[in-house]
Design a protein around this ligand. Structure first.
Ligand code: DGY
Length: 307
């Protein structure tokens, strides 16, 4: 798609482009097609005098200085919508895995310890008919909520604005964060990372959660204070966590979260289905093409750029 509209300078090596290479290569770029691993900040923008469009192959844009792009009149494309359902599927998978102790069960079955049936083996917490608290009732949060109704769950949510349509459709009840944490059996984070959500789940927040509760994060790692989470899982302040995203990312191999039996960690796979990643890649390419043509992007994270 991109080669039809211009010369493509592709980072061919299958790892994240080192920052110096990126800064060298953007010098002549009219468009930047990037991932959440690239920091698009004022230093990069200064190195890229010709840049007319940035396209992130992700819905989250916390790797991009939106204000700096807007002040340079550079639209920033992202990929909302196409990854909603795949990410909500994965949130439910993590919730089920953490609450029902699937990680421990898999390890146990593989370890050779599996003997006779035991009525008290690896007992977990109920998912059906429980209370789910969704932090951030946007597209992904709403898709998680719809799935939760299939499990007969009652829905609490918190976020900057009320969602009357979701309240009406799913019986979701809006709470402040403290109320949501206190009432929920399972808490799922789907909010974007920004200064207001950084370390939203800190030591105090974890203390408010039920001792039997599960925390699931499919948003961004820094929504959670990692050190506080380690302590909460060790001391039993909460029962379990399911993490698709962590802070830092990747976690060092000797990190306590990777050793914690009550923590399921997977490597940022929320949108990682073949179909969804193809749709993200194509939407991000269409955003580049429109940006180069001076047309409004199909999905723009800084619409203020259009005045
Ligand atoms: C996103 O799109 O922001 C995800 O984290 C990666 O798919």
């Amino acid at each position: 798609m991109l080669r039809n509209v211009g010369d493509v300078d592709l980072w061919e090596i299958d790892n994240v482009i080192p920052r110096p290479d990126l800064l060298d290569r953007v010098v002549t770029a009219d468009a930047l097609y990037c991932m959440l691993t690239e920091q698009v900040d004022s230093v990069l923008l200064q190195a890229a005098p010709r840049l007319r469009v940035v396209s992130n192959m992700a819905v989250g844009v916390d790797n991009i200085d939106l204000l700096a792009c807007t002040s340079r009149q550079i639209p920033v494309g992202h990929t909302p919508g196409v990854l909603t359902e795949a990410t909500a599927d994965l949130a439910m998978a993590l919730l089920l895995a953490a609450a029902r102790r699937l990680g421990e069960g898999i390890d146990y079955a593989r370890s050779g310890q599996w003997g006779e049936f035991r009525p008290d083996l690896l007992l977990g917490r109920e998912v059906h008919s429980s209370v789910i608290g969704i932090v951030g009732m946007g597209r992904i949060g709403s898709a998680v909520a719809r799935r939760a109704t299939g499990f007969g769950m009652s829905i609490r949510y918190t976020g900057p604005s009320a969602k009357p349509a979701i309240e009406h459709e799913l019986g979701a009840v809006r709470r402040d964060l403290a109320g949501l944490l206190t009432e929920s059996d399972h808490v799922v984070l789907t909010a974007p990372l920004n200064p207001a959500t950084y370390h939203l789940i800190d030591e105090r927040a974890l203390t408010l959660m039920k001792p039997n509760a599960t925390l699931v994060n499919v948003a961004r790692g820094p929504l959670v204070d990692t050190d506080a989470l380690v302590v909460a899982l060790e001391t039993g302040a909460i029962a379990a966590a399911g993490l698709d995203v962590t802070d830092p990312e990747p976690l060092p191999i000797d990190h306590p979260l990777l050793d914690a039996p009550n923590c399921v960690v997977i490597p940022h796979l929320g949108s990682a289905s073949v179909k969804t990643r193809e749709e993200m890649a194509e939407l991000a390419a269409r955003n580049v093409i429109r940006g180069l043509a001076g047309e409004p992007l199909e999905a723009c994270a800084n619409p203020r750029v259009y005045g």
